[in-house]
Write a protein that binds this ligand. Structure first.
Ligand code: NAD
Length: 366
C-alpha cells in the first residue's frame, strides 16, 4: 500500500517524539512492504515564529493533499502572552490544531486507555482496579465550549469580563453519538454518555439526542452519567466503562484522568476521525515544556498514534498490532523512559526508546 502522510511535529517535545514515531512508521513500511511518502509542515508556535499565524495556508494545503495527518502538539510559554484576538483567539498556538479539526470536520476524538500489564506496578491506581481498565473516550471536538460564539474578553463598567459559549446543535451531537455507538459495537457493547443534564441546557439536548440515536443500536447498552461523577468513577471503578461519549470540554478533561491507568500522559495516543478515512493522529498530551529539549520524553504516545493511523486510516490491522506488540515487548524487557521508570527498570532516552521499538518490530516472528 502507498501511504501519503502530512507530518506536523509542532512545538516543545513534539519534534522529539515525532522523529521516533517516524522511525517506527518507516520500520513498519520496510517490514510489511508498504510505500511511504510524507511532507513536514509547521503549525502552532513554530508557525507563528515563521509566518505570524498558527495555521499557515501552506500547511492546510499540504494536509489536503495527503491521506492522513500525524500531529505532535503545539504551544508553550514562549507564546503564552501573545495578545488574544477577541473574536476567535486567532493567533494563539492552540488555534493551529483547532483550525485543523474544524477544517476537516474531525469531530470524533478517540482516546483509548487500557492498563498495560507491564506498567501496572508503577501506575498510581491499585492493581486490582486496573486489571479491567479498558476505556475508549470519544470526545466531540468540533463544537462545544471551545468553539461556541459569542466569546471574548470585554471591558464593562471599568471591569474586564471573559466569556465563552457552550453550544451544541442536534446534528453535531448525533454524528458523534453514532460514531460512539458504532465503536461500542466493535467492543463490549456498552456506551456511557456524559453530561451535566441537571444544570446545562446544552446537556439536556445532548442527552435527548443520544437517546434518539440509541434507537438505531438496540444491541448496545446505554447509560448516562454526570461529568463530575464520571471523574470519580474513572478512578474508583474503571472496569465499569467500555465506551464513553462526551462533549468537547468534558471529554478533554476526563480522558486526561485515564492517564493514571499507565502513570503517564506519555502513553496516550488519539485519533481524530470525521466521516471518511482521512483523519488526524496525535498524543493527547501537550508540548511538555518542562522536559522539552532533554531527550527524556516518552515517545510511546506518538508511536501508538501511528498504530491508530495504520488501523483507522489504512485498515492495516496486522501492522497496527505489530506496533502494539513491539511496544509491549520493550516494556516486558524492563526498558522505561523516566516518566515510568522504577528502581528495577532500565532507564532509556526518547531516542533509545524509539530504536528499541523499531528493533522489537523487526525481531517479531511472522
Ligand atoms: P502537558 O500535557 O504538556 O504536560 C503535562 C505533564 O505531563 C507535564 O509534567 C509533562 O512533562 C508530562 N508529559 C506530557 N507528555 C509527556 C511525554 N510524552 N513523556 C513524559 N511526560 C510527559 O500539559 P501542559 O503542561 O498543561 O501544557 C503544555 C503546553 O501544551 C501548553 O502550551 C498547552 O497549551 C499545550 N497543549 C497542547 C495540546 C495540543 O497541541 N493538542 C494539548 C494540550 C496542551
Amino acid at each position: 500500500m502507498k501511504m501519503r502522510i502530512a507530518i506536523i511535529p509542532g512545538d516543545g517535545i513534539g519534534p522529539e517524539i515525532m522523529s521516533e514515531a517516524l522511525k517506527v512508521l518507516k520500520a513498519v513500511c520496510s517490514r510489511f512492504g508498504h510505500e511511504l511518502s510524507y511532507d513536514t509542515f509547521l503549525a502552532g508556535g513554530a508557525a507563528i515564529d515563521a509566518f505570524g499565524v498558527p495555521m499557515p495556508e501552506d500547511t492546510l494545503k499540504g494536509c489536503r493533499e495527503n491521506d492522513a495527518i500525524l500531529f505532535g502538539s503545539v504551544g508553550g510559554p514562549k507564546w503564552d502572552d501573545l495578545p488574544w484576538d477577541n473574536i476567535n483567539g486567532a493567533i494563539t498556538p492552540s488555534r493551529g490544531i483547532q483550525v485543523l479539526r474544524q477544517e476537516f470536520q474531525l469531530y470524533a476524538n478517540l482516546r483509548p486507555a487500557k492498563a498495560n500489564r507491564h506498567l501496572i506496578k508503577v501506575a498510581p491506581l491499585k492493581p486490582e482496579l486496573l486489571v479491567n481498565a479498558d476505556v475508549l473516550v470519544v470526545r466531540e471536538q468540533c463544537s462545544g465550549l471551545y468553539f461556541g460564539e459569542p466569546r471574548g474578553i470585554v471591558r464593562e463598567n471599568g471591569l474586564r469580563r471573559g466569556f465563552n459559549t457552550e453550544s451544541y446543535r442536534e446534528d453535531e451531537v448525533a454524528r458523534v453519538a453514532h460514531k460512539a455507538f458504532e465503536l461500542a459495537r466493535t467492543r463490549r457493547k456498552k456506551l456511557t454518555s456524559i453530561d451535566k443534564h441537571n444544570v446545562l441546557e446544552s446537556s439536556r439536548l445532548w442527552r435527548e439526542v443520544v437517546i434518539e440515536v440509541a434507537g438505531n443500536y438496540p444491541d448496545v447498552q446505554l447509560d448516562h452519567m454526570y461529568a463530575d461523577n464520571a471523574a470519580l468513577q474513572l478512578i474508583l471503578n474503571p472496569g465499569r466503562f467500555d465506551v464513553m461519549v462526551a462533549g468537547n470540554i468534558f471529554g478533554d478533561i476526563l480522558s486526561d484522568i485515564t492517564a493514571c491507568y499507565h502513570g503517564s500522559l506519555g502513553m496516550m495516543p488519539s485519533a481524530s476521525l470525521g466521516d471518511g478515512k482521512f483523519a488526524l493522529y496525535e498524543p493527547i498530551h501537550g508540548t511538555a515544556p518542562d522536559i522539552a529539549g532533554k531527550n527524556i520524553a516518552n515517545p510511546v504516545s506518538q508511536i501508538l498514534s501511528v498504530m491508530m493511523m495504520l488501523d483507522y486510516s489504512f485498515g492495516l490491522t496486522r501492522e497496527a498490532k505489530a506496533v502494539e506488540n513491539a511496544v509491549d515487548a520493550v516494556f516486558e524487557k524492563g526498558y522505561r523512559t523516566v516518566d515510568l521508570c522504577g528502581p528495577e527498570h532500565q532507564r532509556v532516552s526518547t531516542t533509545e526508546m524509539g530504536e528499541l521499538v523499531c528493533n522489537a518490530l523487526v525481531e517479531q516472528p511472522g
